[in-house]
Design a protein around this ligand. Structure first.
Ligand code: FMN
Length: 339
């Protein structure tokens, strides 16, 4: 049951939704970036923070089980602000080895009637070197948040699929020192060929290389999967993840199934939000039924009920993206109140 609308939905969202989606995103990130630089503004924003509901997973302490999904803060520029707003963990990225500008604009589309977004951004990001430097500065500033920070990495578009492992390894080596966990994104539909990395042999090669890379203290390795996997494909992915001691599965990324979208509003790209809810919950349930690997659920969480659905399906943690765009910080408190 949807509760009352908060200040975000009545005052802030109409302004943001009067702008084109990418401009609204840039504006919001710009504002939160300023907030992230000042202790006083972070403390003010912290008045949003929900009471804690701690959980330990992957050896990490999560003050609450509601995280920011990858893609909202691809470059890790507003990490302190997300924690102040009340997220129990933050996943930045997707970061690629090479800086890249992504696909031509427009490339994010709102579908308010369907409570959905379609995006074909294509991993626009500053690249692993610049982001590692930014994280180093954040560490030094003393504003590193008290919640786990995951770093989601993916393949650079210019790198051929056959060299994907080296491309991931490059980002992994640069960024692991800053991450509480690393998520391997092998499921974005907007980088040609990326989803093929879910094939057992390719996934096995990737996990083997990353899992055995000598270096600093090992970090939990998570794999983010597509909601469009068939049951047989899912089973094969789970088997490879188990063989390689993957710490967690993030289920799911956006879908290429646009059957719920009227053709007049349809766009090429990954669909997220309410139309993805059921599909991603079904996948979470299947994973929990077939494997002991812990699941972080992502897909169509808009209220306490859709969040509960993920936990009932067996998810340990959840992540928000589209629901947060539509409902704002109140969504975190609403879910927490119902836990
Ligand atoms: C505009 C946009 C950009 C995204 N970028 C990324 C990304 O860079 N990496 C990634 O793993 N997932 C990305 N996602 C997927 C989200 O993290 C999330 O898994 C997905 O949208 C499903 O959750 P939701 O229905 O709550 O949005 C993106 C989603 C959207 C809407």
């Amino acid at each position: 049951m949807r509760s009352q609308r908060g200040a975000y939905e009545t005052l802030v969202r109409p302004v943001l939704f009067s702008l084109d989606p990418e401009t609204a995103h840039r504006f919001t990130i710009g504002l939160l970036r300023q907030v992230s630089n000042f202790d006083l503004s972070l403390r003010t924003l912290g008045s949003f923070r929900p009471r804690s509901n701690p959980k330990t997973l992957f050896g990490l302490n999560f003050p609450n089980p509601i995280g920011l999904a990858a893609g909202l803060d691809k470059n890790g520029v507003t990490i302190p602000a997300w924690a102040a707003i009340g997220f129990g963990f933050i996943e930045i990225g997707t970061v690629t080895a090479k800086a890249q500008s992504g696909n031509p604009k427009p490339r994010i589309f709102r579908l308010p009637k369907q409570q959905a977004l379609i995006n074909r951004l294509g991993f626009n990001n500053d690249g692993a070197d610049a982001i590692a430097e930014r994280l180093r500065r954040l560490r030094r500033s003393g504003r590193w948040p008290a919640v786990p920070v995951g770093i989601n990495i993916g393949k650079s578009r210019a790198t051929p699929l056959e060299q994907a492992t080296d491309d991931y390894l490059y980002s992994f080596r640069l960024l692991r020192g800053f991450a509480d966990y690393i998520a391997l994104n092998i499921s974005s539909p907007n980088t040609p060929g990326l989803r093929e990395l879910q094939e057992p042999q390719k996934l096995s090669e990737l996990l083997h290389a990353i899992g055995r890379d000598p270096g600093a203290a090992p970090k939990p390795l998570l794999v983010k999967i597509s909601p469009d996997l068939s049951p047989a494909e899912l089973e094969a992915v789970l088997a490879v993840c188990e063989e390689n001691a993957v710490a967690g599965i993030i289920a799911t990324n956006t879908t290429l199934d646009h059957s719920s979208i009227p053709p007049a509003f349809d766009e090429e790209g990954g669909l997220s939000g309410a139309p993805l809810r059921q599909k991603s919950t079904t996948l979470v349930r299947e994973i929990v039924g077939k494997s002991t690997i812990p699941v972080i659920a992502s897909g169509g969480i808009f209220d306490a009920e859709s969040a509960q659905e993920k936990f009932q399906a067996g998810a340990q943690l959840i992540q928000l993206y589209t629901g947060f765009v539509y409902r704002g910080p109140r969504l975190i408190r609403e879910i927490m109140a119902a836990l």
